[in-house]
Design a protein around this ligand. Structure first.
Ligand code: SF4
Length: 346
């Protein structure tokens, strides 16, 4: 499998088993014009392939509107693939029956971007955390309470008794996000999808929440997909980075390969001016690539980045979409600049 071989080539690590496998995934949404019927497709995800290994953390990075949220929702089985497949622990999601799908939802935890919006305002913390256990068939009240308290301790919502009866509006943004994380963890998932988990938090608590997620990942040997627009936060707990642009992954590599030696002109532009996500430096991108992210209905021909690319090759880039090249082991890039391995430009 692709990721297993990448892990070996990139860092010499021992192969680990694949947990999640995405194969040629397309998520297209049909557009209909009133009275005229079919009017095209929004190609939110347009042929994405990758694997996530057991215990591995992947960051998917890109600007708003690049398709990363649709990719995440497909992994959560909230969007049906138009084409391609998602396989989890050896089973295709499209072939799961209702019971198996319910089990899948217990095995995949979800940390939302907006903690306040993600928590029901009329439920106490205890009730919010008990809910998945009740749905999951944990009938014993004391067992539920024990598991709720354990989850709260793990996310450092302590002393537990001070928080059990509180409602979301009585908590700070950081505390709300800890409740969201505790809820994602309470069914002992194998996999966590973290959708911009710190982007709506004060700069002062972002690092704490990222460190908490990293500790949970390590302690529980979780696989994680961390969705973010912010490359400055990925080194906190990601092993590999996938850069997404206009529905496609344009660069894949280890954190060090992407942060220290990015190849794709889009990745280079994203990295320009990126700063640390601490309290002193709340700004992330000071300099975004020039121009607007393209429409996903009618993306530019050829390489979708060509209208914004300062080094586009005339007669080639605007005509033909580049395949994936591997200029160094484990570092893949969809860019015509790297078609000749002996002529790698940085
Ligand atoms: Fe730029 Fe061409 Fe590479 Fe696209 S394929 S990023 S347009 S050089």
């Amino acid at each position: 499998m692709e990721a297993a071989s990448l892990a070996k080539k990139a860092d010499g690590a021992v192969d680990r088993d694949v947990l999640l496998s995405i194969d040629d995934l397309h998520i297209w949404f049909e557009l209909k014009r009133f009275g005229f019927g079919h009017a095209g497709y929004v190609k939110a995800v347009d042929g994405v392939t990758f694997d996530v290994l057991k215990g591995e953390t992947i960051a998917v990075v890109g600007e708003s509107g690049c398709g990363k949220s649709s990719l995440m929702k497909a992994i959560l089985a909230l969007h049906k693939p138009t084409k391609g497949s998602i396989t989890f622990d050896g089973k295709k999601l499209s072939e799961l029956d209702d019971k198996a799908m319910r089990q899948y939802h217990f095995e995949v935890g979800y940390v939302q971007q907006d903690p306040y919006g993600a928590l029901p305002p009329f439920m106490s913390v205890q009730r919010i955390l008990e809910e998945p256990l009740i749905v999951g068939g944990v009938k014993d009240k004391q067992e539920r309470l024990d598991r709720v308290c354990k989850a709260m301790e793990e996310v450092k919502l302590t002393p537990v008794n001070d928080f059990l009866s509180k409602y979301p509006h009585m908590l700070s943004g950081g505390q709300q996000q800890r409740v969201v994380i505790a809820r994602a963890m309470i069914m002992n998932p194998k996999f966590l999808v973290a959708d911009e988990p710190v982007s709506m938090l004060d700069a002062s608590v972002r690092v704490e929440i990222l460190k908490l997620l990293r500790n949970l990942q390590e302690e529980h040997h979780l696989s994680v997909i961390y969705i973010t627009h912010d490359l400055s936060t990925v080194s906190y707990f990601s092993e590999r980075i996938f850069v997404m642009y206009a529905g496609n992954l344009v660069e894949k590599g280890s954190v060090r390969q992407i942060l220290d030696n990015p190849y794709h002109p889009y990745t280079k532009a994203l990295l320009t001016g990126t700063s640390e996500p601490d309290a002193k430096n709340a700004e992330t991108y000071k300099e975004l690539p020039p121009g607007e992210p393209p429409s996903l209905v009618n993306p530019p021909s050829g390489c979708h980045f060509h209208p914004r690319c300062p080094v586009a090759i005339k007669g080639l880039c605007e005509v033909t979409y580049p395949p994936e090249f591997e200029p160094e082991p484990g570092h893949l890039v969809s860019c015509w600049l790297y078609q000749d391995k002996d002529n790698v430009k940085r």
